[in-house]
Design a binder for this molecule. Sequence first.
Ligand code: HEC
Length: 128
Amino acid sequence: MRRFTLTVLIFLAAALAFAAGPATNPVDRWQRVPPRDHARSNPLAATPETIAAGSQLYRTHCAQCHGPAALGDGRKHPSLRTDHVRSASDGDLEWFLRQGDLAHGMPSWSSLPPTQRWQLIAYLRSLP
Ligand code: HEC
């Protein structure tokens, strides 16, 4: 009986995960950011050097999913040139890069040095 219950629970969890599907741009993503993180701003000035470093990191780590021009692929991988991304604070983006969203295919970048995350954010901000 216990095993049956467990099987049912696992099945339900799998069904839920499936129903959640490849969610793109969940509108409430930035609402989930803890206030302290939300309030942080990029400690790096957006100099050409910072943006160039971010661009290099982007090509190494992000372009394979979000596309060489950060426009996404129109399917699973969202564009990063959206109002949704622009509406996020620097701290929201840094928090999300650390967390990732593995359930939906976005890796965590918590193993990058913080400076590199801020360079990436400066680069994203520089996109038209
Ligand atoms: C393996 C593929 C993959 C890689 C590599 C990847 N991402 Fe993502 N990213 C995703 C997916 C899939 C989503 C959507 C996740 C979701 O909707 O929950 C996402 C979402 C995002 C979002 C949120 C967009 C929004 O509108 O809410 C940002 C910002 C982001 N990625 C930035 C980056 C950056 C910067 C890098 C490189 C350091 C990166 N991603 C690398 C797959 C990837």
